[in-house]
Design a protein around this ligand. Sequence first.
Ligand code: ATP
Ligand code: MG
Ligand code: NA
Ligand code: MG
Length: 271
Amino acid sequence: PSDTGRVLSIQSHTVQLENSAGYPTFKGQVLNGEQLWELIEGLEANGLLYYTHLLTGYIGSVSFLNTVLKVVDKLRSVNPKLKFVCDPVMGDEGKLYVPPELVMVYREKVVPVASVLTPNQFEAEQLTGSSITSEKDGQEACNILHAAGPSKVVITSINIDGTLLLIGSHLKEKGQSPEQFKIVIPKIPAYFTGTGDLTTALLLGWSNKYPNDLDKAAELAVSSVQALLLRTLADYQKAGYDCQSSSLEIRLIQSLDDIRNPEVKYRAKRY
Ligand code: ATP
Ligand code: MG
Ligand code: NA
Ligand code: MG
């Protein structure tokens, strides 16, 4: 397998805001669906529409999400093997942070065309319509999502009694049962911004290198993210900051070595 590729990434980068929406206020502009389509036309005019992967994250409106669906079709008309890695960002910890109409669009139109799906616990519940309170529920949610389309599903975390579990599931052949695993992640008592984006991006990268080994891709992704989060926490603590009080900005640049070359300290356990 080749370890190079071309990724078109559409997510919160389709805004220009002076800070993330996690702050009390934000100013700037948000790209709309027509403006996204103009960019695609520009790429097409220059022969730049060949991508191996489309990565999507936070999308704030139904019209933008519908344009993303048009982009999927367009990119697949150029490269039928395009992998669509979809982080169905809708909410967390029991709360939606997108308009509720988006849920049905994800369920009915987006999930069916996704290759890889990386919901958190709440998003997996929204997409399957069933609550996840155990590992078994998590595995079952993956089965439901496979039946709807994607061959790889990673629930990036479910919270079971204060411990985080990542649950991965790879349906290698239709009609067979998926290979499923968990990675146990000790919960750090702080709240971070950007962990979901980073996890999905790393899963994309490592899955491109190891297309038949989702366990390994997830181990590498989790190990990078954890090294980065521990560095972030230590950094804030050194500055005397109360880490419980608000969300911490992840130390991305300072963690480049851990991102490129993680030491695998978190292991996948097969079910
Ligand atoms: P986001 O809120 O950025 O959208 P998400 O809800 O989509 O994130 P999560 O499953 O919460 O995604 O987090 C992604 C990964 O980040 C997890 O797999 C875990 O490795 C790590 N992570 C996030 N928060 C913590 C934490 N408090 N302690 C340990 N690991 C964490
Ligand atoms: Mg979360
Ligand atoms: Na996620
Ligand atoms: Mg997320």
